[in-house]
Design a protein around this ligand. Structure first.
Ligand code: UDP
Ligand code: MG
Length: 322
């Protein structure tokens, strides 16, 4: 595609909606969007991603598309997950601003104008905060409150509600973002690497009327593992030896000192080593130390391959004045 053509195709606003088995919600979703989007006075598209639904969601999406061609459909071959669905929407989107939204009517399109206003105040990301969240407190709200605190502290990007899908992004933010696993929740933290300005505003939240929630309590553990990935990517992905090497050095040093002590005891004080657990421990520490340092060196190689094979820069420029 020539540069010119892609410019002609530019539109103001892309709404990206991941959808998995939400047949009964689509009609209301369409109506809710219809009562908001045309009034904004902006050109828009709505990208509906059918993430392998098996309940007839696709037919409902087709109806929306027939009513209004600004509603586009991306149909996955199977269920790839919410992150993949959102990434497909991001890749396809042409809007200067991209807004993500759940299909289950828990988010409310009525919040969109306020999010756009906030974005216009000079922010790159405006994140929704489900201040009065209508989900199960014990298995959803409480674990997510804890997770939000941890991720905020670790990344320095303080948000009350990482998990809210209703978020608005400037195009530059999401076009340069690779997403894997379930990383859609951490986009603000991941994007903080680029030096983005992030705002959070309270948004409406409704309880689920139709269909089933796709996540349960098991999500908590997966979220904790993902937090480790995000922290590592943000702080050390360009200097992995600093993490692995440091721990390796400490373990190796402890092992070395203990072994030296045991050797002295053996040679000069004639103490046996076979019955001493400390001996086994010190050998382990030395081995762990060597392994961690080697792993750190390998990670350094991998990191270089990652950047150089894809021409990925280690910085992001906002503008250059010559
Ligand atoms: N979703 C999806 N693929 C999946 C799981 C969920 O596209 O594999 C969509 C789902 O249809 C909904 C949104 O992601 O529009 C959020 O899912 P859900 O409402 O179950 O999450 P919750 O609001 O309970 O966090
Ligand atoms: Mg929901």
């Amino acid at each position: 595609m020539s540069n010119n053509k892609s410019k002609e195709n530019k539109i103001d606003l892309s709404i990206v909606i991941p959808i998995y088995n939400e047949k009964q919600s689509i009609d209301s979703l369409y109506k809710d969007l219809k009562s908001v989007l045309p009034k904004l006075g902006k050109s828009y598209e709505v990208i509906l991603i059918d993430d392998g639904s098996m309940d007839g969601t696709y037919d409902e999406l087709l109806k929306a598309h027939q009513k209004n061609k600004a509603y586009k459909i991306i149909k996955f071959r199977r269920n790839f997950g919410q992150t993949a669905a959102m990434k497909a929407g991001f890749d396809y989107s042409k809007g200067e601003v991209v807004i993500t939204l759940d299909a289950d009517l828990q988010n409310d399109p009525a919040d969109i104008p306020e999010m756009l206003d906030k974005l216009n105040d000079g922010y790159d990301i405006v994140s929704g905060w489900r201040k009065h969240r209508k989900d199960n407190t014990l298995i959803r709200n409480f674990p997510s409150a804890v997770a939000n605190r941890i991720i905020s502290t670790l990344t320095g990007v303080y948000l009350h509600d990482y998990g809210c899908t209703l978020k608005a992004y400037r195009k530059e933010v999401i076009k340069n973002l690779e997403l894997y696993g379930e990383m859609h929740r951490y986009i603000p933290a991941l994007a903080s690497w680029m030096g983005v300005k992030i705002a959070e505003i309270p948004v409406r939240h409704h309880s689920r009327k139709f269909g089933k929630a796709k996540y349960g309590i098991s999500k908590t553990i997966r979220v904790i593992l993902d937090i480790m990935v995000v922290k590592f990517l943000l702080s050390y992905s360009q200097k992995p030896i600093q993490v692995f090497g440091l721990i390796g050095l400490i373990a190796g040093a402890i092992g070395f000192i203990v072994t030296a002590y045991l050797t002295i005891m053996r040679i000069f004080f004639n103490q046996g080593l076979a019955s001493r657990p400390l001996f086994t421990l010190s050998i382990f520490m030395i081995l762990i130390g060597i392994q961690l340092i080697t792993m750190g060196l390998l990670a350094e190689l991998i990191m270089r391959t990652y950047h150089e094979s894809q021409n990925k820069s280690i910085y992001v420029v906002k503008e250059i004045i010559e």
